[in-house]
Design a protein around this ligand. Structure first.
Ligand SMILES: *[C@@H]1O[C@H](CO)[C@@H](O)[C@H](O)[C@H]1NC(C)=O
Ligand SMILES: *[C@@H]1O[C@H](CO)[C@@H](O)[C@H](O)[C@H]1NC(C)=O
Ligand SMILES: *[C@@H]1O[C@H](CO)[C@@H](O)[C@H](O)[C@H]1NC(C)=O
Length: 309
């Protein structure tokens, strides 16, 4: 059979175009795979494989799916439920003093009409007494909650003070899954004990990590900690986490929890190599929590009190 010459040309051109289209497609795929940010793999129920990156953190459905499924709750083996403890406190200061740095406890009580038997989670609990935001509420108003402190030395001090709370020697994960992180422990001051813990990947200021103690800590998503404590309704979530606050808040599956007030210290530290600009940090957090229905009701020092309307 003889193919007319013009048809031959058309076929040739079509073939060449097909080839170029294919080559372009391959090129785009290669470029896309090279430039695309690497996603984290998350195993859900030990079977399904989820790809997760920062943009996915906006996806409430995905957060809900990962929440509580990824971490085997038994893995939070160090959790100690001391809420019903009848042992006497072993504290240095008398009970009628609000020890929080800027009287946050009193401000919270005022906001919540002197609520009794409220619930809290306090992350960055330090020794459970010095500048504690929750002690006054627990001791005088019957509040019960969770104390999270990653640094073992300070956690042991909480234990010895006989706080009536759920105690966890771990940190809150800045990711919606379990991670080990390295912390640097810094102490300074003579009369005022200051602790600062640096999470690997977060800039905590101009100190040399080589010169300070390091501790590898377990970090759990906040939802897993709340689930393990059987406490998904909180009157106040208290975060003093040195720059990780926004990332920790972004792991929360908001439809699965009920948090009325968030007390958060907006740290001048952050993930970047230089201390983040505070104003920018504040705006980001306000915008993010605003989307979840929270408004700033008070500012005490660097602590912002967000209330859900
Ligand atoms: C604490 O007491 C409450 C109320 O009596 C009870 O439901 C709960 O199981 C107790 N928790 C522990 C850890 O004993
Ligand atoms: C708080 O709990 C205590 C002890 O269980 C109880 O006696 C008191 O009535 C409770 N207060 C409120 C306002 O529920
Ligand atoms: C933590 O530090 C140890 C010892 O320096 C190192 O082997 C490990 O990879 C670090 N882990 C993380 C999560 O950075």
């Amino acid at each position: 059979m003889r193919i007319p010459r013009s048809l031959g040309y058309v076929l040739k051109i079509a073939l060449v175009m097909c080839f170029y289209t294919f080559a372009l497609w391959v090129l785009f795929r290669v470029l896309a795979s090279v430039t695309k940010p690497k996603k984290n793999r998350v195993l859900v129920d030990g079977e399904e494989d989820y790809l997760f990156d920062e943009s996915d953190a906006e996806d409430e459905t995905l957060l809900e799916h990962v929440a509580g499924n990824y971490v085997d709750l038994l893995r939070i083996s160090k959790i100690l439920d001391r809420r019903n403890s009848t042992e006497d406190y072993s504290l240095r200061m008398p009970s009628d003093v609000d020890l929080s740095e800027h009287k946050q406890s009193s401000a919270l009580l005022q906001l919540l009409n002197a609520k009794e038997n409220g619930t809290f989670l306090e992350a960055g609990a330090f020794d459970g007494e010095f500048f504690s935001n929750s002690l006054y509420l627990e001791r005088n108003y019957g509040w019960r909650g969770v104390l999270v402190e990653p640094i073992t030395k300070f956690y042991n001090e909480i234990l010895s003070k006989k706080r009536k709370a759920v105690l966890l020697n771990a940190c809150l994960s800045p990711k919606p899954w379990f991670e080990y992180m390295n912390m640097t422990i810094v102490r300074s001051g003579i009369f005022r004990i200051e602790s600062m813990s640096s999470l690997h990947g977060y800039n905590m200021g101009d100190f040399d990590p080589e010169k300070h103690d390091q501790e590898t800590v377990e970090c759990y998503p906040i939802f897993d900690v709340l689930s393990a404590a059987k406490l998904t309704q909180l009157d106040v979530l208290m975060l003093d986490v040195q720059g990780a606050e926004e990332d920790i808040l972004r792991t929360i599956p908001w439809r699965l929890v009920d948090i009325r007030v968030i007390l958060v210290e907006i740290s001048k530290f952050g993930k970047d190599h230089l201390p983040r600009k505070l104003f920018h940090q504040e705006q980001r957090l306000k915008a993010f929590l605003g989307k979840q229905g929270y408004d700033v009701k008070a500012v005490l020092g660097r602590d912002f009190i967000f209330v859900r309307e």
